[in-house]
Design a protein. Structure first.
Length: 296
């Protein structure tokens, strides 16, 4: 992405000053930005580090002391892929530097809203220590990839499909897993519910139902608890219509409860992530018999 393009994108991310006053009625009409045009994460290619790197891996000594050790060298290969909507996706694949013809499992990391592939560095030590390759990328509308909008996972699952097709067509992995966070976890559910090539998923803080998230978030906000449900539904309807006009999907239709019946997933939640509630976690677990309860 050029410097000019980054400046233009940054301008889109910032609400006009006249909307920032809570007393201004037009501010409400800009609430659609929180869903499909949240602040974009900007970074430079140099922030990805050198193409050859070592990772500090967590190690537990026999004495019970936690320490770290350096991994064997890994190589980063940067790739550009084009999704079905014509947007260019910026991707990186981390593989062992040692030449070995044996294929390894691959984990595809799917970042959350207002984030980018740099998020993958947080999980890299936990993935690479098990001789698994890591593939990360910017969703369309995020980071350095093309596109102006995100869709809470609705269209992001097409980006995951593009990545899976690339890995399969180039025979790069023995098996494929998804590690999704927030919006990326929802996109992983959409994709895994219809793609048998995915062997397992780690889902970090997905939501079960958009309306339920909105109601519970408002209920936890002191100065908004008094709002009646009918008024909230009216507001959500206006916001959803704005999103529908700009992006082509209704956020109220983003419900993942029924998908877990066909997906083997490990639900988890980040510490102090307010948009994931106990009822959401329980509803997801109850839909999939046999899946153990993960600690939250």
């Amino acid at each position: 992405m050029t410097a000019k393009a980054q400046e233009d994108s940054a301008e889109k991310d910032v609400l006009p000053q006249r909307y920032m006053s809570h007393s201004h009625p037009v501010w409400f009409l800009e609430a659609w930005r929180l869903i499909c045009r949240p602040p974009r994460s900007h970074y430079a290619a140099l922030h990805l580090g050198p193409p050859r790197l070592r990772v500090l891996l967590p190690t537990l000594l026999p004495t019970g002391v936690k320490t770290q050790r350096k991994s064997s060298p890994f190589m980063r290969k940067d790739i550009q892929l084009r999704n079905p909507r014509g947007h260019l996706l910026e991707c990186s694949h981390f593989q062992p530097a040692a030449t070995d013809k044996k294929k390894l499992p691959c984990v595809i990391y799917c970042h959350g809203s207002s984030s980018c592939r740099m998020d993958a560095f947080q999980v890299m030590p936990w993935v690479l220590q098990y001789k698994v390759t890591l593939f990360c990328f910017d969703f369309a509308g995020s980071g350095m990839s093309g596109g102006d909008y995100v869709s809470l996972g609705r269209y992001e699952e097409e980006d995951i499909l593009t990545v899976i097709n690339y890995i399969e067509n180039n025979n790069l992995a023995s098996s494929i897993g998804l590690w999704g966070k927030s919006m990326g976890a929802v996109a992983s559910l959409f994709r895994a519910s219809k793609d048998r090539r995915i062997d397992a998923c780690v889902l970090d803080s997905p939501f079960a139902d958009f309306r339920q998230v909105a109601l519970q978030t408002l209920a936890s906000t002191d100065h908004l608890q008094w709002l009646p449900t009918a008024a909230i539904d009216l507001c959500l309807s206006v916001i959803a219509n704005n999103v529908q006009q700009r992006v082509g999907f209704d956020p109220r239709d983003c419900s993942q409860s029924s998908m877990l019946q066909s997906v083997f997933a490990l639900p988890s939640s980040a510490v102090q992530r307010r948009t994931l509630w106990f009822r959401h976690r329980m509803s997801r677990r109850c839909k999939k018999p046999g899946v153990g309860r993960a600690k939250s």
